[in-house]
Ligand binder design. Structure first.
Ligand code: SF4
Length: 65
């Protein structure tokens, strides 16, 4: 499974980074979220979907394979 962040929507709330630091980080020089994993392990799927639903900007897109 893959995940991306729509940077035009991300408002830097940081919930993704706090909740799943294995997958998300802040971009250097800005507070926008970035994805660190090209492929997210299946064991993280539930948490990933939970975090995506908590993003206040609706900027996290989970792509099921
Ligand atoms: S939770 Fe959403 S708005 Fe906040 S940094 Fe992550 S992607 Fe951006």
């Amino acid at each position: 499974m893959k995940v991306t962040i729509d940077e035009t929507k991300c408002n830097g709330a940081g919930i993704c980074v706090m909740q799943l630091p294995d997958v998300f980080r802040f971009q250097e020089g800005s507070k926008k979220g970035a994805v660190t994993k090209a492929e997210v392990p299946a064991r993280m799927e539930r948490k990933l979907k939970e975090v995506a639903s908590q993003c206040p900007a609706g900027a996290i897109l989970v792509i099921a394979k």
